[in-house]
Design a protein around this ligand. Structure first.
Ligand code: CP
Ligand code: NVA
Length: 311
């Protein structure tokens, strides 16, 4: 199934069936890619990768994904373009559409990405904004499916800031039947206005619980992220104090389901939001999660970017 010209700016841009199509393709392609048997469905296609923030996983997995499909990539920093200062995002979308076959962008402002996408005739993929990180959560759900069989019915507990990763989990909960709990100090919840927006087209089983011990009880997935995201570096000391009771350590993991998995989008600040023992321990599936960024993003490119053969 091809999805046609469509952007991937938020998980809520897609129906549950479309999201399942992406997940199925990623799971089907993974063994083929790992054994170098994946057909080159997208020869000559170019993915323009714009980065206004640093990256290990997102940059490398997107660049490898398009190569595995027979295409190539361009790494573009804001020094070249100057979106919003030297160039209007509308012009960037229109001009890049004449050169490349898809754009992946990691930046600050989700609205700028929406403007760019609205003026591009090619698919635009969100590689993280301050608001959302949709590809991350698609790879995470793929990882949950691999380890647990299904995301359906899972209790996913996110410990930490109500940030881009947490909001994308909330979006996923608006499409798939699982329970999503955020546990954070008062003042670090997902903004009420965003929750209201999600409720306009979904009915996530979502709760905020202040006490992390109460929240993780019987969790199937315990998920952590940094307490200060990229762009929040000046708040680091305040946040270290605010979140000090929210570290994922052995005592907290012991309250989750016996077979619970620990997940983290990475990069992790070891000794802050998670201890070495948990990150390196038997519950942790963080490196499978990192690997699956490659497989899910290759599936997203396969379905969004017109190629030569059906994926
Ligand atoms: N998880 C994630 O997006 O990692 P990077 O910031 O390294 O891309
Ligand atoms: N919330 C983190 C995620 C990094 C992948 C950040 O935005 O920095």
């Amino acid at each position: 199934m091809k999805l046609g010209k469509k952007d991937f700016l938020s998980i809520r841009d897609f129906s549950r069936d479309e999201l399942r199509t992406i997940l199925d393709l990623a799971i089907r392609q993974k063994p083929l890619a790992k054994s170098f048997r994946l057909p080159h469905s997208h020869p000559g296609r170019v993915l323009g990768c714009i980065f206004h923030k640093p990256s290990l996983r997102t940059r490398i997995s997107f660049e490898i994904a398009i190569r595995q499909l027979g295409g190539s990539s361009l790494y573009i920093t804001d020094r070249e373009i100057g979106i919003g200062s030297r160039e209007d995002p509308k012009d960037v979308g229109a001009v890049l559409s004449r050169y490349v076959d898809a754009i992946m962008i990691r930046t600050f402002d989700q609205r700028m990405v929406q403007t760019l996408a609205a003026n591009a005739s090619i698919p635009v993929i969100n590689g993280l904004t301050d608001l959302l990180h949709p590809c991350q959560i698609m790879g995470d759900i793929m990882t949950v499916i691999e380890h647990r069989g299904s995301i359906d019915g899972a209790k996913v507990v996110f410990i930490g800031d109500g940030n881009n990763v947490a909001r994308s989990w909330l979006n996923a909960a608006a499409r798939f039947p699982f329970t999503f709990i955020l546990t954070s100090p008062e003042g670090y919840q997902i903004d009420e206005s965003y929750i209201e927006e999600v409720l306009t087209d979904g009915d996530p089983d979502y709760r905020w619980i202040e006490d992390p011990r109460e929240a993780v009880r019987d969790a199937d997935i315990v998920y952590a992220d940094v307490w200060a995201s990229m762009g929040q570096e000046t708040e680091k000391e305040i946040r270290l104090r605010a979140f000090k009771e929210y570290q994922v350590n052995e005592r907290l993991m012991a309250l989750a389901s016996p077979g619970a998995f620990f997940m983290h989008c990475l990069p992790a600040h070891r000794g802050e939001e998670v201890t070495d023992v948990v990150l390196d321990g038997s519950h942790s599936i963080v490196y499978d999660e990192a690997e699956n960024r490659l497989h899910i993003q290759r599936a997203i490119i396969s379905l969004l970017v017109p190629g030569e053969t059906e994926s």
